[in-house]
Write a new protein. Structure first.
Length: 149
């Protein structure tokens, strides 16, 4: 999938996340879900007062569980948001690396006119490991499941 298509999918997933948040707010206002304001609803994972409703899948806006902020963070992103965000993020990183490689190659090419062939060859050798390193990083981002920092 192209970088742009991944971005589009990620944006749709974020919109879906927002819609699910509104659905929960409306459900609480309508009395369909208990309010978490007074701290009487326990966190599903640890029993402390719940502070948020956690979605595992934003396509099911009202399939939620009350959790505290700590447990919510531990649960991680919902299944329909986390993976697409990861994919998009890796494609983004790879793109930036490829831009950096192009910039470095352009710098090197621009040097050619102002250096002797020997001096230029020296610079080419100096650049080579750096370019190879960037290329490797870009490949890793495109092929592996690199976690986001
Ligand atoms: Zn908890």
């Amino acid at each position: 999938m192209t970088h742009r298509a991944l971005w589009q999918q990620y944006q749709w997933a974020l919109k879906r996340q927002r819609r699910a948040g509104w659905a929960v707010q409306n459900a609480v206002a309508a009395g369909l879900l208990p309010s978490l304001r007074n701290g009487t609803v326990p966190c599903k994972d640890c029993g402390k007062p719940a502070q948020a409703y956690d979605h595992r899948d934003y396509r099911k806006p009202l399939m939620v569980e009350p959790v505290c902020h700590g447990c919510n963070a531990k649960r991680g992103p919902a299944q329909d948001l986390g993976p697409i965000r990861q994919k998009w993020w890796r494609a983004e990183q790879a793109d930036q690396l490829l831009c950096e490689i192009q910039a470095a190659e352009a710098d090197l090419a621009a040097l050619k006119a102002s250096l002797t062939p020997d001096e230029f060859a020296l610079h080419q050798r100096a650049y080579a490991p750096y370019l190879a390193h960037l290329q490797q990083q870009a490949q890793r981002n495109l092929t592996q499941e690199q976690p986001m920092p």
